[in-house]
Design a protein around this ligand. Structure first.
Ligand code: F6R
Length: 609
């Protein structure tokens, strides 16, 4: 969604805001803008395009002022135009705001302030907010903001400045993420940590219905009645280097390459040679595990695919029935949540609106919520009873890669531990599972070292308009994930299917122009069946790319291309099979001259419905 960054301090705001905004560009990139205050006047520059393009046109850094707001837009209300880009200003041009979210009653507000003579210059819902604040302004910005917020319905993260109070920056939040960075002689607001990480690691997480009043030396938080709220200052562990490209052409590639290390970080401190400890700070105790009778996993997109793999793992090793739901569907159903139902929410950002709404829905029905989340202190984490953090570090590329693999790791750890506690896995089996897990970082690294093969293969497929991805068992979700990666970054239409389902419909599509990617790793369950499915494709002239186990000679005879993956236990094959598919999608995108970090129409955290 949109990205917000704000600054008040002793330095020139503009250079710092541009750099911050670039780090948030993954959230939205159809327009960008900035407001500063200089000589008691609000200065505004904004336009359509990616931040660098807009910067070239308007030269943000030439804007003077030691306080300011910046915004990258992902349009919701109103076309992508200069007028609709943020910041928006009051008619007197003394108040300026940036907004991420959707105001549901904006039409009513527009009507109301319209009657008082306010005229609008954009089609956005956001502009209604700034006019409403202006309408309430009687000399005190904070009071005016509070009055306005009490009339708003919907989601917002807001940054507000006024030339009448040129040393005060106001932040407000309801449902859309916003953090405050506490510095020395300077303070910040941002939609996400990477924007301000270079300047401070001290973070206050604003909660819904809170506003922050920031000057260069002070941060005060209030509720919507104006009562002061005491907030904890958290220290972030992420480093600046982790939020940079570090020599890679794109964040997506860097993040694919980080998988061996983030897997190690995610298991660090949670495993020994023969045991898994998820209790620690999280409180996921053996007693909690014993109470579980049924699990419902809620998630969206790639995280939902992780959930499908989790279903397979949990039913197989922990023998607990699992359902996996799209959070966006679950939230509008009347699901049966009995005693002993555990809801597992999976989310990289921890801010996905549908997943958040799903856990609130389940909570009302009395469910216990466990979340697997990457971003510390995010909304989903804060609203869960138990949080298992993945340690993927900041994921900037819009297409999720390293977050996905760490989600699978966390599901695996959880599954093995529950299975052990419930007596379905003995001590030796736990030891073996940990041994298998420890093999992964090096195995993934070996595939990354062979990336040239994937690049060469991608070259052969850049002209194709469609692709089919097939998998079975635990690798069916990987077929879905491979197809999703390809379509979102390279705009090639791709579909994932259970391999055996192909003959019930999609087989009609197969001809010499249809590449079919088949996950066909060697195992004693479905491998032979997958070989038969491959034969069905070949018999109709399809081109088969097999994700196959290293050294598998049999498969060589019946497919066109092979991307080999190392062998590990069946339950861990998704973590290996997904890597060449991520690389394939990445290379196809780059060869087709698309920017994989900023796929069109997409945003990193989907904080609207
Ligand atoms: C795809 C992708 C999305 C996200 C989805 C959920 O590459 O990244 O499908 O997985 O929007 O996001 P989180 O995990 O942040 O809840």
């Amino acid at each position: 969604m949109c990205g917000i960054v704000g600054y008040v301090g002793e330095k020139e705001a503009a250079p710092l805001l541009v750099e911050g905004l670039k780090k948030l560009e993954y959230r939205g990139y159809d327009s960008a803008g900035m407001a500063t205050i200089s000589e008691k006047k609000v200065l505004i520059e904004k336009d359509v395009g990616k931040i660098e393009e807009v910067d070239k046109k308007v030269n943000f850094k030439s804007m003077k002022g030691k306080i300011g707001l910046a915004h990258s837009r992902w349009a919701t209300h109103g076309d992508v135009t200069k007028e609709n880009a943020h910041p928006h200003t009051s008619m007197k041009e003394d108040i300026s705001i940036v907004h991420n979210g959707i105001i549901e009653n904006f039409a009513d507000i527009k009507k109301k302030v319209g009657k008082e003579g306010h005229t609008f210059s954009s089609d956005t819902d956001t502009e209604a907010i700034v006019h409403l604040i202006a309408a309430h302004h009687e000399g005190n910005l904070k009071e005016a903001v509070l009055k306005a917020l009490n009339e708003l319905e919907g989601a917002y993260a807001l940054g507000i400045i006024s030339s009448k109070e040129p040393h005060t920056l106001i932040a407000a939040r309801n449902e859309s993420p916003l953090i405050i960075g506490v510095g020395e002689g300077e303070n910040f607001i941002a939609s996400d940590v990477p924007a301000i990480l270079e300047h401070t690691k001290k973070i206050i997480y604003l909660d819904n219905g809170e506003i922050g009043v920031l000057t260069k030396d002070n941060v005060d938080i209030f509720d919507l009645e104006g009562n002061k709220v005491e907030k904890k200052i958290h220290t972030i562990e992420w480093t600046v280097e982790k939020a940079e490209k570090g020599g890679f052409d794109h964040f997506m590639l860097k993040e694919i390459f980080e998988q061996p290390s983030v897997i190690s970080e995610t298991v660090e401190g949670r495993i020994s040679e023969d045991s898994i400890d998820l209790n620690g700070k999280t409180g996921f105790t053996s007693e909690e595990m014993k109470r579980i009778k049924r699990i419902i996993i809620v998630a969206c997109g790639t995280s939902w695919h992780a959930g499908l793999v989790g279903e397979f793992m949990i039913e197989e090793l922990a023998k607990i029935p699992v359902e996996v739901e799209y959070a966006s569907e679950f939230r509008y159903r009347d699901p049966i949540v009995e005693k002993g139902t555990l809801i597992i929410a999976i989310s990289q950002s921890g801010e996905t609106a549908d997943t958040l709404a799903a856990i609130r829905h389940a909570k009302k029905k009395g469910a216990k919520i466990l979340s697997i989340v990457n971003v510390k202190g995010s909304s989903i984490a804060r609203e869960s009873d138990i949080v298992l953090y993945t340690k993927a570090g900041p994921e900037i590329g819009v297409a999720s890669t390293k977050a996905f693999t760490t989600q699978l790791i966390m599901l695996y750890l959880m599954t093995v531990e529950i299975g052990h506690v419930l007596g379905h896995t003995n001590d030796q089996q736990v030891k073996n599972r940990i041994r298998d897990l420890r093999l992964l970082p090096l195995q993934i690294q070996s595939m990354l070292d062979e990336r040239k093969n994937v690049h060469t293969l991608a070259k052969k497929f850049i002209e194709k308009a469609h692709a089919l991805y097939l998998g079975r068992g635990i690798n069916f979700p990987i077929a879905l994930e491979g197809a999703l990666k390809l379509k979102e970054v390279s705009y090639v239409h791709a579909e994932g299917y259970p391999a055996a389902e192909m003959k019930h419909g999609p087989i009609a599509l197969i001809d010499k122009n249809m590449p079919v990617v088949v996950i066909a790793t060697k195992d004693d369950r479905t491998y032979k069946k997958v070989l038969s499915n491959i034969q069905e494709v070949k018999a109709r002239g399809g081109i088969v790319i097999a994700i196959a186990s290293k050294g598998d000679r049999d498969i060589k005879k019946c497919v066109d291309y092979i991307l080999p993956v190392p062998q590990n236990s069946y339950i861990l094959t998704p973590l290996l099979a997904v890597v060449p598919l991520q690389l394939f999608a990445y290379y196809v995108a780059v060869l087709r001259k698309h920017d994989p970090d900023k796929p069109k129409n997409l945003a990193k955290s989907v904080t609207v419905e």
